[in-house]
Design a protein around this ligand. Sequence first.
Ligand code: ZN
Length: 100
Amino acid sequence: MDLLSVVVGIGLVLFFYFVVYSKPQDDEWKKLPSFEEYLDDHPECETDDVKCVTCFSCGSDTVDIVPVTTDGDPRQKHVCSVCQKALFKSKGKIWWAESN
Ligand SMILES: [Zn+2]
């Protein structure tokens, strides 16, 4: 292994850690409740549609699903599209395992 491979390897690790994994954003994401916990905390937000909830803050029923970092990040935040509050978290498909 030459020096260039080592530098590229370290660069890739740093890229994944800070950009793809992103510890501060991961911590923030982990603090969000799951869908079930959100409904436990805010039973008034449950709707007739099992996949749809309303915002505990403003009552809107339009929720955006936003990846924590880049497109393809399996960690998703469900954010109210009106008041921009993060409501709960979910985990989507892992982009590097999607071809299976
Ligand atoms: Zn809202």
